[in-house]
Structure formats: structure tokens, C-alpha cells
Design a protein around this ligand. Structure first.
Ligand code: HEC
Length: 248
């Protein structure tokens, strides 16, 4: 084989090999768009209804979220606030860390303000998609993204219950092991697959916003800047025409 052909083959095969190594049947890709206000509102709603029983978001105030997401004080109070009626309050919860630890076998539910930043949106999406029944766990569930997680599947009523379907594979020592092949829905929830995927998308979108609220402002400023630059381009072009008209 000549050198060039060999190089081509290697370059062609390399991404395939990498993909095979990193390719995980069980990971999902997030579809984040923090300019999608409807999605953020929907995500916020899921968040306050299904998560704030246990988790706080203590770097966010209700009225800041309201202003960013286009929610009036009345709507905030009626649909998004349960522990307080002061919209200037931080999004804290009543449960103390100590109580929580007792309830959840030593781990307190962490504050979720910046979780999206260190876990990433793809990880979060995978996390909410891949809870499965596991009677050996205290909460009755396990998770493909977070092995032996101490959290119950908070959205099970929406998604339904999944169980793991196993297959036999060989590990690096050539030994046969049982690994999870895929998850299968065994009891439907109130949402179908598509609706649940949308719920998760909105929730993750909201958590990304929560982790970096200025991102919204930055995008807006970006649009102003680009518009201004286009305007400037027009002016500069006219000036150029003016300056050069005697020379041509
Ligand atoms: C019944 C209480 C409870 C509810 C409700 C709950 N969680 Fe949790 N959550 C926990 C506990 C406890 C942990 C810690 C689990 C561990 O470390 O094993 C946790 C962990 C997490 C983690 C992993 C954090 C990390 O990076 O280690 C995320 C993300 C999370 N929860 C998001 C949510 C979201 C979003 C909701 C709402 C849809 C929610 N949780 C509802 C109790 C709860």
C-alpha cells in the first residue's frame, strides 16, 4: 500500500474508532436554546413542581426569574411559588440539610443553581431519561448516568417506569458479564415518549439558564452588536463610494 493511501485509510478509520470507544447507547444529546422563553417557562414549572420539594436554587430570586422569563408577579405567585409570597425571595426550600440527610441515607439533595454548569446539559438529559427500576436500591430505582443514585425518580409519574434489559458481553479479561442493553417501559406514565422528551428538554433548558442567567442578556447584546455592525457597514460603504467617486 502506498503511503498516501495508508494515511487516507488511517484518517478515515480514526473517527470511527473514537466513536466506537466513546459511543454510548445510553447517552442523550440536549437541545438547549435559552432564547426559547416558552421552553424556559415550562421547564421552570416542572422545576418548582417536581424538584423544589427537595432541591433549592438559592442563587436565583423569583422576581429575577420572572423578569427573565416574562412572568408577571401574579403568575409567579399563583403557579411558581409555594413556600413564600415574596417575589424578591431567593428560591430556597424549607427542608434543612440535616433532615434531608436523614431522609436520604446520608446525602442531602444538592442545590441545583449551577448543576448544569458542571454536569453539562447532555448529562442532565441522560440522567432524566434513564432512571430504571432496581429493587436493590433504597429508592427502588437506579440510573444509567448516575450509578446507585440516592434520588427517587421524581418524574416517574410523567415518564412511567422503565426496567433494564440485560445482555451478555465479555469484559476486558474475556470473562462473560451481564450488562444493560437497553431500557424498556413497563408501566406507562401520564406522558408519552415524545411529550416526556419535551418535558426533559424544557427542564434541562431551564437548568442551563439557571446556571448562567446572564447568558440571556449576552445573546440579546450580541444581536444588538451585530445589528449595529451591519448599520455601520452600510454607512462605511456609502462613505467609501463618496470618497472614491472622483478617482474612478
Ligand atoms: C424526594 C427528594 C428529591 C426530589 C423530589 C428530587 N431530587 Fe434530585 N436529588 C435528591 C437527592 C437525595 C440527591 C442526591 C443523590 C446522590 O448523591 O446519590 C439528588 C441528586 C440530584 C442530581 C445530581 C446532582 C449531582 O450533580 O450530584 C440532580 C441533577 C438532581 N437531583 C436533579 C433533580 C431535579 C431536576 C428534580 C426535579 C425533576 C429532582 N432532582 C427532584 C433528591 C430529590
Amino acid at each position: 500500500m502506498n503511503m498516501r493511501l495508508m494515511l487516507c485509510v488511517i484518517l478515515y478509520a480514526l473517527p470511527l474508532a473514537l466513536f466506537a470507544a466513546g459511543g454510548n447507547l445510553h447517552s442523550y444529546r440536549a437541545d438547549v436554546d435559552v432564547s426559547d422563553t416558552k421552553s424556559l417557562q415550562q421547564g421552570a414549572r416542572t422545576f418548582v413542581n417536581y424538584c423544589m420539594g427537595c432541591h433549592s436554587a438559592k442563587f436565583m430570586r423569583y422576581n429575577r426569574m420572572g423578569a427573565d422569563l416574562g412572568l408577571s408577579d401574579e403568575i409567579l405567585k399563583a403557579n411558581f411559588m409555594f413556600g413564600t409570597d415574596k417575589t424578591s425571595d431567593l428560591m430556597t426550600i424549607a427542608m434543612s440539610d440535616e433532615d434531608a440527610k436523614q431522609m436520604f441515607g446520608g446525602v442531602a439533595p444538592p442545590d441545583l443553581s449551577v448543576t448544569a454548569r458542571y454536569r453539562g446539559a447532555d448529562w442532565l438529559t441522560t440522567y432524566f431519561m434513564t432512571f430504571y427500576l432496581d429493587p436493590a436500591r433504597p429508592m427502588g430505582v437506579n440510573n444509567l448516568a448516575f450509578k446507585d443514585v440516592g434520588m427517587p425518580h421524581a418524574l416517574m409519574e410523567l415518564q412511567g417506569a422503565q426496567r433494564a434489559v440485560y445482555k451478555t458481553a465479555t469484559d476486558t479479561n474475556g470473562k462473560a458479564v451481564n450488562v444493560i442493553d437497553h431500557l424498556e417501559l413497563v408501566a406507562p406514565g401520564t406522558q408519552n415518549q415524545k411529550e416526556y422528551e419535551q418535558t426533559v428538554r424544557d427542564l434541562v433548558n431551564f437548568m442551563v439558564y439557571l446556571g448562567e442567567p446572564v447568558r440571556l442578556k449576552r445573546q440579546q447584546i450580541g444581536i444588538y452588536v451585530i445589528t449595529f455592525l451591519f448599520f455601520l457597514l452600510g454607512v462605511v460603504y456609502l462613505m467609501k463610494r463618496e470618497y472614491w467617486k472622483d478617482i474612478h
